[in-house]
Each structure stands twice: as C-alpha cells, then as structure tokens.
Design a protein around this ligand. Structure first.
Ligand code: FE
Ligand code: CA
Length: 539
C-alpha cells in the first residue's frame, strides 16, 4: 500500500476516533443505560392531531411468525432524514389493525400501542390469538394518517404436516452499491417468509448521490456521509435504507425473520473486539448503539430487546413438523479471528479445538434444540460460510479466518452434535460473501469420500459488490479446488428455498445489474437435494 494512502487511512481512523470520543459521553448514557420508557416521568402524550405531516415514510414490516402470533412493526418519522425524525420528544398512541382481507372489511384484531421517543418512535406489536397458516393484512393509524398496508402470514399449526413451504433468502444490501431491484422482485414472490442473513445495512459513509446509485437529481444530506458510530448515526442510516421503496415493498409483502452479521455494527468485529485498535470498552458503547438501532428497526419480539451492549438474537421458529429454524448469531459471542483475520493458511492458533464461533451457551442451545426436534428439515439460518472453501487448486491453502473455516473446532462440534441428535436433513443458510453458492456439507472436509452431512445454500448480495459477474475471475479455480461446491454465480439477487416431504429446492435468482434501476429478474439455476439423502444436483 502506498504510504500516502496508509497515512490518509490512519488520519481517517484518528478523526473517527476523536468524533467517537466527543460523543461517547452522551452515547454511553443513552446506549448503555436502560433508557426504557418510564411511566412515572414520561412526557405528556402527544395529541396525534398535531402530527402535521405523514409519519409513515418508512413503511411497515412484520416478522417472526408463530402459529398464533406475528410481530408488526412501524416507526413514526415525518422527516426521516432529521435526527428526531420530525417527531417531538413525546410518546404518542398508535392504532393498529389486522384483517383477513386486503380491504380491511373482515377485522381479525386491533389495538393501541405507544410509540416512545426513547425507541425513536418505533412500534413493535406482538399480536396474539391468530389462526395458524393464515394470511393477514395489517396497517397503522395515528391522527389523520394511515400507513401503507402490509401482508403477513402465520406459521402452520404445531404438529401439523404442511405439504410445502417457500422462503426467500437475502443478505448484504449496501445502499451505496446499487438499487434494490431484487427486493422489488422479491415482493412479488409467493413466500411463507423471508430470511435476512445479515448486512442489512453498512456502516460506511454514503455520499450525496447515494454512491453508485448516483441519483444526481436527489441529493442526500451530509449526515449520511460519515461512518456510523453513534446511536443517532445508526438510527439515521436505518431511516435512509427504509425510505427505499423496493425495500419497503419487500417488507410489506412478507414476514421477515432477521439476523445480523458484522456491518450492522462494524466490518469483521468479533464479540467485543473491533476491526481496528479501539479498546473493547469503547467498542462496546458503539455496539450498544448499533444493537439498539437494530432492534428499533426490525420486527422483533420483546426477548430481542437490547440490554446495553447485549442482544439475544439467536432463537427458534417452527413450521409444523416440516421445518425447524435455528436462527444463529455468529458475531456476538465468537472468539476473535485467528492469525490476524483475512485469508491465512491454518495454524495451531486457528486449529485450536477450543475456539468458538457461537459461544458455549448458543452452541448448547443449538444441539439441545436438535435433540428435541421433530422436524423433517433442520434449517440453520446464519451468516458466514460454513463449508470448507479453498481459493487455490494446489496447497498450501489459505482459508477465510472470518468464516467457519477459521473456527474448525467449533464446526466439528456442531456437526458431531447434529450426528448425535440424529439430524438427517441439515440445511445451513448463509450470506456474507456476495455470491450464490451451493455446497454439499462433507462430514470431514479433508476426506472428499466422507458422508454428505447436509447442504449449504449461500445467497448472493442484494447489491453489495455492485453488479458482479455470472462467472467471476476465480470461478474455475473454486469449482476445481472444492469438489463439494456444486454451484457458484457472482451476480446479485436472492434465493427462493422450497421445502417439501421429498426434497429441498433452491432457485437462484439473479439480476444483470444493480447500478442502474429496473433490471429484470431471472432464475440462473435450480438445485434439489432429496430428503434423507443430502446432496445437491441440478433440478
Ligand atoms: Fe456483506
Ligand atoms: Ca458480512
């Protein structure tokens, strides 16, 4: 690296750190304190008639379907690009309603919820008493304003045997890398739910023209043109993302089940260890801000409410006896990346069997959950590539220290736990790498003849990495170096995952470009894996 660049980078880091320190007092109070709405000292409730501009600029969302309930979400922000969103610092009552039909003539449930300034006027409603496996429509009202309508779907009844399920898989949607064309197409798919596997937003600065979106006709304010560090930075970044019409349409069309990766906080952080040399006690203040803004902006239940720098995101969802989903968090509890991170030839440090990707508590929870599972498909939505990935045909082979390849002891315990629990149809769902992959998960990646223990479906980015290419420069190398890699495509898009009693099916959808709007969607390839006999082959 030329020294001028290195110096500039160091200066940028220094500036960032200084800005961090100047705001950290206030940020710490807000982010690390409980700062929950207090009924004793609350400001008087705002008269909703005084909301003079449409507060529903960020759309609506639903998530984490259960057979009898679903979470509804919105956030009031008449002026989304202003720090307070254009709302006074007072609580306001919001009405919500659910209906069996899209014209809201057959009501199913309704109620009130208070939008608190402490949560940036976000609203989370955990609606109980719903019927299983049903479509519902929902909307919010405050004063004279009515939100756009959303559509959601409850999970099938416990113990039922749904014939087939379909899910959308998403990851990595850097606003500044392109248009959410793929999300606009996803809104038109027939799906039970959508899994977002991380990098919902990126912490990097967004220029006035929206980076590679280059929307010169509509300039963004300066406050997006800096890396997110404070609670206000993260909140505003969610406002920017959620004001995108395609993202709002994808949320309004399907319930989402979300988990995060690194960029919702900071690139490649591990537990309390940041990317650069910031001390952990300072980084945890930033993490608290990032986690709080994440909760405020996602359709999550109360157990996912943050407590300072901690947020319990790993959780389990059931779709009858067809599928159990164990949603993982591979960031919050992991050991620091070995060998200084990056692609490195394994060493005793990275091979240390005691290293953990999940933390002891989450690992136990995962394996215990498998022991009790009655589902045909045991699906693990998570973040980083699980399967062995070599980027050279001949050794020595560097491996990604940020992915499961950098935590082989942890991976072995997970696979041994699946064996011990009698898991026959293990499916790992992954994001992070900005390409579509399909892997057979080998029981021993050092032995190509070992049993195939499951399959891994990796979904490409929505935008991150810009347009991409169907066959990236290393396509032949990766396909040759990894015989268990069955599919690789470097375009942007998403996956539609189908599960039934006989097979898993992955439809890899792609768009030809994201730096220009309006690209068509196409199915680049479809793969199947039979139930009881894991292994991907072209459909
Ligand atoms: Fe990413
Ligand atoms: Ca990532």
């Amino acid at each position: 690296m030329p020294s001028a660049t290195a110096e500039l980078r160091a200066a940028a880091r220094h500036l960032n750190r200084r800005r961090f320190l100047t705001v950290s007092g206030a940020a710490a109070a807000l982010a690390l304190g409980t700062n929950l709405p207090s009924t004793a000292h609350a400001a008087p409730t705002l008269d909703p008639a005084r909301i003079a501009e449409d507060p529903f600029t960020l759309g609506v969302a639903s998530g984490d379907p259960r057979p009898d309930s679903v979470v509804l979400w919105t956030r009031l922000a008449p002026r989304p690009y202003e720090p307070a969103g254009g709302m006074p610092a007072r609580p306001v009552a919001v009405r919500w309603e659910m209906s069996h039909d899209e014209r809201f003539r057959r009501p199913a449930a309704r109620g009130h919820v208070v939008a608190h300034p402490e949560f940036h006027h976000a609203v989370h409603v955990d609606v109980p008493g719903l019927e299983p496996g049903r479509v519902y429509h929902y909307r919010f009202r405050v004063g004279r304003w009515t939100s756009p309508a959303g559509r959601t779907r409850t999970a099938p009844a416990a113990g039922s045997s749904p014939a087939a399920l379909r899910f959308g898989l998403l990851s990595c949607q850097a606003y500044h890398d392109g248009y959410y064309t793929a999300l606009g197409h996803l809104a038109h798919e027939d799906l039970d739910a959508v899994f977002h596997l991380g990098d919902y937003l990126y912490e990097y600065a967004v220029s006035a023209v929206g980076g590679h979106r280059n929307h010169t006709d509509r300039l963004l304010p300066d406050l997006f043109d800096r890396e997110t560090v404070t609670l206000e930075d993260y909140r505003l970044r969610y406002s920017l993302y959620k004001s995108d019409a395609d993202l709002a349409a994808a949320h309004a069309a399907h319930p989402w089940i979300v988990t995060w990766d690194d960029h919702e906080t900071e690139n490649n952080y591990a537990n309390g260890v940041p990317e650069n040399g910031v001390p952990p006690e300072e980084f945890l203040i930033r993490r608290a801000a990032a986690y709080r803004a994440y909760y405020e902006n996602m359709p999550l239940r109360r157990p996912q409410r943050p407590q300072g720098p901690d947020l319990r995101l790993y959780r389990r969802l059931h779709y009858g006896n067809l599928a159990q989903f164990d949603v993982l968090d591979t960031r919050q509890y992991r050991d620091n990346q070995a060998n200084g991170d990056g692609w490195k030839v394994p060493t005793p440090e990275s091979e240390d069997p005691s290293r953990t990707m999940l933390g002891a508590g989450q690992e136990r929870w995962l394996i215990d959950g498998w022991r009790q599972s009655r589902a045909l498909w045991n699906v693990v939505p998570q973040q980083v590539v699980f399967s062995r990935r070599r980027n050279r045909v001949e050794g020595p082979w560097p491996l990604s220290m940020d992915a499961w390849d950098g935590y082989p002891g942890s991976r072995e315990r997970v696979l041994a736990g699946a064996d011990a629990a009698g898991v026959e149809n293990l499916v790992v769902l992954t994001g992070d790498v900005h390409v579509h992959y399909g892997f057979d998960i080998k029981r021993d990646f050092d032995d190509p003849d070992s049993r195939t223990a499951g399959v891994e479906i990796v979904t490409t980015s929505v935008t991150s990495g810009r347009d991409g290419a169907e066959r990236p420069a290393n396509w032949q190398t990766l396909m040759t170096a990894n015989p268990h890699l069955k599919y690789y495509n470097g375009r942007r898009g998403y996956v539609v995952l189908g599960l039934d009693r006989e097979k898993l099916r992955a439809d890899y959808r792609t768009v030809p470009a994201v730096t220009t709007p309006g690209a068509p969607i196409a199915t680049a390839a479809s793969f199947v894996s039979p139930a009881g006999e894991p292994g991907l082959s072209p459909a």
